[in-house]
Ligand binder design. Structure first.
Ligand SMILES: NC(=O)c1ccc[n+]([C@@H]2O[C@H](COP(=O)([O-])OP(=O)(O)OC[C@H]3O[C@@H](n4cnc5c(N)ncnc54)[C@H](O)[C@@H]3O)[C@@H](O)[C@H]2O)c1
Length: 331
């Protein structure tokens, strides 16, 4: 029976078709799953969804009414899925609990280096044959302090690179990671990390306890010349409060691969439309801010692993096997 995959990027399509190969037929759609597109899934027992899919109660109800029994989410984060409703509807949900953490950690570093050394502004200038250095001064990171909020797989990969740069490491997490401690990371309370770090990077999942982890008070606790990087989930930062601090001229650099209102914007071409989101519109005007559209995971290696695991999750569902990827088991 055919599987329906929503939110498939052009680069991703051949990988998905190849990975499902002999196992299953798959129909790939570039539209994302939401209330408007959910009826397309009628008659499909299994749907696969991407990171910005809306898997809230209303959409799950539409899927269940159409006969969908399994959702194979092609991401690690599952903050977009109403698991309680899925369970009530008897719908199996699986995710990809592991893929290359280096994809995201290396991208977080790309943002950190780009904002610290003003790479985008420099590139724009040289394209215009403006070769001045004014306004391009950055700072050595060697000997400075990196604060890692969330020291799981991606936080650890980030910390290893920071260690290679010769940075001091501070960490904050509900559970200490011995591999980070071995790198010399010192676990401290969040406020101490924020106050002492030159570079702050977020790698905790988005959940009720972590929503607006970086709120107005946390932003105030940060140094005026700090660099803030978020490649985890947009909802970790109170963006309106961040804009307020940026307006006051704070922070050496802010690199955001995620944005709390990204659904309906990121992964889509909105270049010919009037911008409705004033917060995002203001955010991208700051010279010390760099915004990318949730591409940290987007390497051949990580996407390949995501797709292979998704195929395995589907086969596990078919054959009634459990794995660490199952969020709501088959009832
Ligand atoms: N931008 C992207 O393309 C992209 C891609 C993959 C993952 N992500 C995000 O990165 C996040 C981290 O991924 P990972 O693979 O490192 O996950 P992980 O589970 O290995 O690590 C998460 C860490 O956060 C900690 N944590 C959980 N709840 C916490 C809380 N309430 N307070 C403090 N710490 C808490 C955990 O103890 C763990 O150490 C994901 O949840 C996802 O949101 C983003």
């Amino acid at each position: 029976m055919e599987i329906l995959a929503f939110g498939v990027q052009a680069d991703e399509k051949p990988l998905i078709e190849r990975a499902f190969g002999d196992h299953e037929d798959v129909r790939c759609l570039d539209v994302f799953l939401n209330e408007d597109t959910a009826p397309i899934a009628a008659g499909y027992e299994i749907v696969s969804t991407s990171v910005n899919a809306d898997l809230g109660a209303d959409v799950l109800e539409i899927l269940a009414a159409g006969g969908t029994r399994m959702v194979a989410q092609r991401s690690t984060g599952f903050n977009n899925v109403d698991l309680a409703t899925a369970e009530r509807l008897g719908m199996t949900v699986a995710r990809v609990s592991y893929y290359s953490p280096h994809s995201v950690a290396e991208f977080a570093w790309a943002l950190a280096m780009a904002v610290n050394r003003r790479i985008v502004r420099a590139s724009n200038r040289t394209r215009d044959f403006d070769f001045r250095l004014d306004g391009l001064m950055g700072r050595d990171l060697h000997g400075r302090t990196a604060g890692v909020l969330g020291t799981g797989k991606i936080g650890e990969a980030f910390a290893r690179i920071a260690h290679g740069f010769g940075m001091r490491l501070l960490g904050w997490d509900v559970a200490e990671n011995p591999a980070c401690a071995e790198l010399g990371m010192r676990y401290v309370p969040k406020d101490e990390l924020l106050a002492r770090s030159d570079l702050i990077t977020l790698h905790v999942p988005l959940m009720a306890e972590t929503r607006h982890l970086i709120d107005a008070a946390a932003l105030k606790a940060m140094r005026d010349d700090a660099i803030l990087i978020n490649s985890s989930r947009g909802g970790l930062i109170d963006t309106a409060a961040l804009v307020g601090e940026l307006r006051a001229g704070r922070f050496a650099g802010v690199g955001l691969d995620v944005y709390e209102a990204e659904a309906g914007l990121f992964f889509l071409d909105k270049s010919l439309e009037a911008v409705e989101d004033d917060t995002l519109a203001r955010l991208v005007t700051f010279p010390n801010v760099l915004v990318t559209s949730h591409q940290a995971y987007y390497t051949e290696d990580a996407v390949g692993q995501i797709v292979d695991t998704t195929v395995r999750n589907v086969l596990d569902y078919r054959e009634g096997r459990r794995s660490e990827n199952v969020l709501v088991p088959r009832s």
